[in-house]
Design a protein around this ligand. Sequence first.
Ligand SMILES: [Zn+2]
Length: 86
Amino acid sequence: MGILRLLLIVFVGYLAYRFIRSAFAKKQIPRTEPKGSIDEMVQDPQCKTYIPMRQAEARYVNGKKYYFCSARCADEFESQNKEAKL
Ligand SMILES: [Zn+2]
């Protein structure tokens, strides 16, 4: 009998949780991200992966700013570009 009562409490608690969650969800402002924001996706010129700008590794190569998924890609791109220039 104790288990049934516990299940009922859990069920009611779950319903309350769902109700509160949906009530909060409706209050949320719809996302209107301006273009050119910090969440802009940038392409890694080394491995061609797209990463969010704020997570990207920024590096100046030959005076131009590039974004990379990791410092490793940045190092590889930098060394390859320097070789190409020489
Ligand atoms: Zn990469």
